[in-house]
Design a protein around this ligand. Structure first.
Ligand code: FAD
Length: 444
């Protein structure tokens, strides 16, 4: 395999893991990151403080020997804890198999572990405080700046991997090329983060091994546990309309709304009203684009090519899976990078489009359906079917979170299963009806 230098923009979650993969495959890597080193400056805010890591992400980390190190500090979440409007609690396990869990990990901690791992590879050099503002793919130069766009200088590159997130500088230059499809769609909801502080002696004040959900139709709050006993809560809130971010402007408005809708949260988060008013609101965007590469000059991974809304907890997991697939494709085509990038796009594109749709559907499920009896009954039936027919039936949530089955295949399989369950249900109903009619005829 070629040992020429590969330039990676973005030392977030995907870029750092990709750098490790590339170094292990014998490449030299130059990794450029817009921010300063979080290990020196402290983790930057801006996105969720913790994340749910599941099978795809764990598999990608395990392939380069990092899973154990990351999972050591993670908190397993084995189910959802639903908080009703009057504070009542209902627990729904994620799987019939109690050992299955998604894992709450600290974003900052994970990023620092990956930076350490990348830096410990002898052929990886990390340059902090350097932002890519675009590329000339024909001349093979990237425009990089330490301050303003006007100060940008040309950086000669051979091959670039754009891991620079949902507002990618590498992608912005692809968007100016012909026949490049691009769309970005914002949800009418944004998010705010709040904290449930730890209890006495660093204890967890609500169930530690669960993802907590307060589903309230157009408004929703979730909470994931942290290792120090606290929980990071994320409120998903409409920007406009009744009780929106726009409308709830004063601490009094916020208190009134929370007392009515989230009474138990008021007790758990002492600074709730102040933090609600003063914490920033983040937006939620879905990015779709195609193709993900330009010849052998550049390719995109992670949010740069497929940012999804966070309701299936899969954005990072999918970004990590990109690293494994891109690594496989580059190894399969050691002398033809354009072919490797093309195959990577073809293997991932449909799956990531499917994930984008699933993530939006799961938003509706989490905020509207998790509280309903029908939803709970359906989950119970799913668990029974998984126990009785373990080789044949696997609920969609489990295929997405506890397996590495491509997303598209998981959805196809879930649809087939659903058809069989509906037909079997109808047959059972008809047989019961005929039996009942026969019994009635016999009695009369
Ligand atoms: C509220 C919220 C909750 C989430 N929860 C989950 C979850 O539970 N599970 C899950 O799997 N996913 C979750 N996600 C999604 C997850 O955060 C992203 O999918 C993941 O961070 C993508 O990784 P990435 O490396 O592609 O991008 P990023 O993590 O955004 O990293 C991009 C990096 O590039 C740097 N950068 C940006 N622009 C430039 C530039 N021009 N030049 C150089 N560097 C640049 C950035 O500073 C950053 O370090 C969540 C997202 C949000 C918003």
């Amino acid at each position: 395999m070629s040992t020429e230098t590969i330039t990676v923009f973005g030392a977030g979650l995907a870029g750092t893991l990709m750098a490790v993969y590339l170094a292990r495959a014998g490449h030299r890597v130059d990794l450029y990151e817009r921010r300063s080193d979080p290990r020196v400056a402290g983790a930057a805010g801006g996105k969720s403080i913790n994340l749910a890591l599941s099978a795809r992400g764990i598999d990608a980390l395990a392939r380069v020997g990092l899973a154990e190190r990351v999972l050591k500090d993670a908190i397993p979440m084995r189910g959802r804890m639903i908080h009703g409007p009057t504070g009542e609690l209902v627990y729904q396990p994620y799987s019939a198999d109690p050992s299955r869990a998604i894992n709450s990990v600290s974003r900052g901690g994970l990023n620092m572990t990956l930076l350490d791992a990348a830096e410990s590879e002898s052929d990886v050099t990390i340059h902090f405080g350097r932002r890519c503002i675009g590329m000339d793919f024909e001349r093979r130069v990237a425009l990089v700046t330490e301050r303003t766009d006007e100060d940008a200088t040309e950086l000669p590159v051979r091959t670039v991997i754009g891991a620079d997130g949902a507002f990618s500088g590498v992608r912005s230059s692809m968007q100016r090329r012909e026949r490049f499809d691009y769309s970005q769609d914002y949800l009418p909801h944004g998010y705010k983060e709040l904290t449930i502080p730890a209890g006495d002696g660093g204890s967890w004040r609500i169930e530690k091994n669960a993802l907590h959900i307060w589903p309230r139709g157009t408004h929703m709050m979730i909470a994931l546990p942290n290792a120090d006993g606290s929980f990071t809560c994320t409120l998903f809130w409409p920007y406009e309309g009744r009780n929106s971010v726009e409308e709830l402007q004063t601490e009094r408005d916020v208190e009134r709304f929370f007392r009515a809708q989230f009474p138990d949260a008021m007790d758990l988060i002492p600074s709730l009203t102040h933090d609600f008013v003063s914490n920033p609101t983040g937006s939620l965007v879905t990015v779709r684009c195609s193709p993900w590469s330009v010849g052998d000059a550049a390719v995109l991974i992670g949010d740069a090519c497929h940012a999804v809304v966070p309701f299936f907890g899969q954005g990072m997991n999918a970004a990590f899976q990109d690293c494994t697939v891109l690594d496989e494709c580059m190894r399969a085509h050691p002398n033809n990078r354009a072919a490797a990038f093309g195959e990577y796009h073809d293997r991932r594109k449909r799956d990531c489009d499917v994930l984008a749709d699933l993530a939006i559907e799961n938003y509706v499920e989490m905020r509207d359906h998790t509280a309903s009896r029908v939803f709970r009954a359906r989950k119970r039936v799913e668990r029974v079917l998984t126990k009785v027919f373990p080789r044949w039936y696997l609920p969609l949530y489990e295929m997405v979170s506890f397996s590495t089955i491509p997303y598209g295949e998981a959805v196809d399989r879930a649809r087939r299963q659903e058809r069989v369950v509906v037909i079997a249900g109808l047959v059972i109903f008809m047989v019961a009806l005929i039996g009942f009619a026969a019994l009635l005829g016999w009695l009369l």
